[in-house]
Design a protein around this ligand. Structure first.
Ligand code: SF4
Length: 456
């Protein structure tokens, strides 16, 4: 791809402003520098960690100040390059890689647009006035500087508006005139003084009209990237970038939970009890369906089977467990012939002997269960009625239930699951739920601690 093949450095006017001061690119054009494949992926993963944590912060209803702090901390933790001079490159490259990843469907575009705009908003607030002015110029936002004389003439009116919205009186060099149509939000909430078609906007209010410009530019760019992706890049890069891009949207960024080391094995005699106390809803649903119907289709067998491997169910126990259920429906012989192979396969004992890892929430949420399937994430794939009933059965109180269902309806599935975890374990789970096996492991940790303190 042209974007990642030349050796030239990015030449944004903002980059030239930097002089060691962090700047904020507008991502108008792709970087024209050579990127190693590992960096291509690593930078994207780092940015994804930032965007996902922002999504979680928003879904939890964090206030603007809390969001500002969160964004600053996330940026420092994940987006600093070991060589400070390459921070901007990392920023631009990671943005453009994720643009490829998230241009590929309406749903992905919407999420990326919203998270990138939020990230931009809070980073913009942290920048100095030189960067603000450079950005307005680069975005083509027409603004005029207010002269000292004009400021003195309007001092009283400006003062009145500032006081009515609890803002300090702006200084003449921190005040700009923009067409009032540029700032409908500020006009509607009467936060600016208007005269002769101009709104007098203080520097700290500039963010409200810069972000929509940024957002609209990115929205158009995502559509264009999608066209290029489907018409050209996907095919051209099928052996190099395409597999990375396709995996990134569903990638899970935490430990792989191949085998839970911390809690060792679970035995067959305990499985019903730990399922009740420590399985997340997706796995409880599969587990209960299997117990009732003595059968699960392929998607369900994979999702539950790999999860059980991850929580420490040994291969022999797994075979015995599945056989006990399936033979009631299809007979022991057919189980041995048709189903045992895929269980051994999941444990890496057949076929290519790959050790298959348990599915992450991302992967489960993006799956598309058909009729008769029971896999997927209930917060996404259940009707509201079924979700309420399932949560009630798990023991979620009616007070917590409405909140959880609300989060699921607004498509914050992992947060809904986190709130369920918090309600059932009477404790907070700040890291959020990202993996069913993490749910299990965190739950076991809490239950064992509780157990120890009651027996002490
Ligand atoms: Fe399972 Fe994850 Fe959905 Fe929770 S959020 S039910 S752990 S897929």
């Amino acid at each position: 791809m042209e974007v990642f093949t030349s050796h030239k450095k990015p030449s944004s006017s903002l980059a030239s402003l930097s002089n060691g001061v962090p700047t904020l690119p507008l991502y108008r054009s792709p970087p024209t520098l050579e990127v190693r494949l590992e960096d291509f992926e690593r930078f994207a993963v780092d940015r994804l960690l930032v965007l996902r944590a922002i999504s979680d912060g928003l879904a939890r209803g964090k206030k603007p100040d809390e969001m500002g702090k969160l964004v600053t901390d996330l940026w420092k933790t994940h987006m600093r390059h070991p060589r400070a001079s390459e921070d901007i490159d990392k920023d631009i490259i990671s943005h453009f890689v994720l643009r490829l990843v998230y241009c590929r469907s309406e749903e992905l575009r919407k999420w990326f647009l919203s998270m990138e705009s939020t990230l931009f908003r809070y980073r913009f607030r942290d920048m100095n006035s030189d960067v603000h002015l450079a950005l307005m110029t680069e975005l083509g936002i027409p603004y005029k500087v207010v002269s000292q004389k004009e400021f003195e003439d309007l001092r009283e009116q400006l003062n009145l508006v500032a006081r009515s919205v609890n803002q300090p009186l702006p200084t003449p060099n921190g005040l700009y005139k923009v067409s009032f149509e540029e700032v409908p939000e500020l006009v509607a909430s009467r936060k600016v003084f208007i005269q002769k078609g101009y709104a007098y906007v203080a520097l700290n209010q500039v963010v409200s009209f810069v972000v929509p410009h940024f957002r609209s530019h990115l929205s158009k760019a995502l559509i264009l990237t999608n066209r290029k992706w489907t018409s050209m890049i996907r095919e051209q890069e099928k052996d190099r970038l395409t597999p990375i891009v396709e995996a990134l949207a569903t990638s899970y960024l935490g430990p792989d939970y191949c085998q839970d080391k911390e809690f060792g094995e679970i035995s067959l005699k305990d499985i019903d009890q730990v399922a009740r106390t420590s399985f997340p809803l997706c796995m409880q649903h599969l587990f209960n369906t299997l117990r009732e119907d003595h059968h699960l289709k392929h998607g369900g067998r994979m999702q539950l089977g790999l999860f059980l491997k991850g929580v420490g169910l040994k291969l022999d126990d797994a075979l015995a467990f599945w056989k006990a259920e399936f033979s009631q429906k299809v007979g022991a012989e057919r189980f041995d012939k048709e189903y045992a192979y895929s269980i051994r396969h999941n444990y890496g004992k057949e076929g290519k002997r790959t050790d298959y890892t348990p599915y992450s929430c991302q992967k489960i949420i993006l799956s598309t269960p058909g009729v008769g399937d029971h896999h997927g994430c209930p917060y996404r794939h259940f009707s509201e009625e079924n979700l309420r009933a399932a949560l009630g059965k798990m023991g979620v109180s009616s007070r917590a239930l409405d909140d959880i269902v609300e989060k699921a309806k607004s498509r914050h599935y992992q947060l809904a699951c986190t709130l369920t975890f918090e309600a059932l374990h009477a404790t907070s789970c700040d890291a959020g739920i990202n993996h069913p096996n993490q749910y299990f492991s965190d739950s076991q940790k809490i239950l064992k601690e509780k157990n120890m303190s009651t027996t002490a």
